[in-house]
Design a protein around this ligand. Structure first.
Ligand SMILES: NC(=O)c1ccc[n+]([C@@H]2O[C@H](COP(=O)([O-])OP(=O)(O)OC[C@H]3O[C@@H](n4cnc5c(N)ncnc54)[C@H](OP(=O)(O)O)[C@@H]3O)[C@@H](O)[C@H]2O)c1
Length: 274
């Protein structure tokens, strides 16, 4: 039997997951989305032929799976509102809200919920995302498969055994797209300084990022091998890599990811304290 999935919050991330599911032949009649904005709901309905509902309580009544896709700041209110239904119906709860721990969501929902917490990233919007997932002890393997099916409609999925590892996922892939944007931005600036026009330098940087990522993902070689293959001794690439290393490139990356990790822990403490 196909599960009825209810997305609470019809924003960017929900829209992307739903369009991924529908294009993977998940029946649109088994998907409902809620949002306070009727225009947003009408748009999603016209585009994807799914069910829409402005009232969260009505929408969750017949749902086997509820995807919490609202901003972290409103999640507590949403949970406390729907729990009068979910305590009776006991659906699988999937949260994609950044930084809110499963124990806090579970508490807001009254306890003992099957709950999967996910950390997706922005490329999910173009079905090229990377999502880390964690399931609490109440979640069955069948329910984990359902969560995997939903999140994999927007990219790759990787499960972690301990919830703390999601803070590392946040540091690597959650915040990661911005690191690559920063790198491209810096390459564009440097290319311009070296005499290229800005657009040419920018396009070269972006296409190079795409090409390198595709080679790293699609080929057999790991990143170290790929790098050594394009770095001949005494050549131009070697000159650039030596310059990076003399400026402690790996150390800079490590410090930046540690800062992101530590901020994820702080934010989770803050957002889950009530
Ligand atoms: N976008 C990303 O790349 C990304 C990456 C990782 C994690 N996430 C997480 O994914 C979640 C959704 O992000 P998003 O980018 O899709 O945000 P978004 O575009 O702002 O979508 C959230 C939607 O929820 C609606 N909403 C607000 N209160 C609601 C309520 N009580 N009931 C139902 N819907 C309600 C909002 O309406 P209004 O706009 O009218 O308030 C908005 O349409 C967030 O928790 C975020 O942390 C996003």
């Amino acid at each position: 039997m196909t599960n009825h999935i209810c997305f609470i919050g019809g924003g960017n991330m929900a829209g992307s997951l739903i369009s991924g599911l529908v294009s993977n032949q998940y029946p649109a009649s088994k998907i409902t989305v809620t949002d306070p904005d009727q225009q947003k709901l009408d748009h999603l309905k016209n585009l994807l032929s799914i069910n829409t509902e402005i009232d969260n309580l009505k929408a969750v009544k017949d749902s086997d799976v509820i995807v919490l896709a609202v901003k972290p700041q409103v999640l507590k209110t949403v949970c406390e509102n729907i729990r009068q239904v979910t305590l009776k119906t006991r659906p699988l709860i999937i949260s994609i809200a950044a930084g809110i721990r499963s124990k806090d969501i579970d508490r807001w929902l009254g306890g003992n919920n099957a709950l999967v917490r996910c950390m997706p990233n922005t490329p999910a919007l173009i079905q090229a995302g990377a999502t880390g997932l964690f399931a609490n002890n109440c979640t069955s393997s069948e329910q984990k498969n359902i969560a995997d099916q939903i999140l994999s409609s927007a990219g790759i999925t990787l499960w972690v055994d301990k919830e703390e590892q999601l803070d590392a996922v946040t540091a690597v892939s959650g915040s990661g797209p911005a690191y690559f944007f920063l790198f491209m931005e810096a390459m564009q600036k440097a290319g311009k300084e070296l005499g290229l026009d800005e657009n040419t330098a920018g396009l070269l940087a972006r296409q190079t990022a795409l090409g390198a990522a595709r080679m790293a993902l699609e080929g057999e070689d790991d990143a170290v091998t790929l790098r050594s293959k394009v770095t001949s001794k005494g050549g131009t690439t070697a000159a650039a890599i030596e310059s990076f290393e003399s400026n402690n490139f790996s150390g800079i990356i490590s410090q930046a990811l540690t800062a992101a990790h530590d901020r994820a822990v702080e934010l989770a403490d803050e957002l889950g304290k009530n």
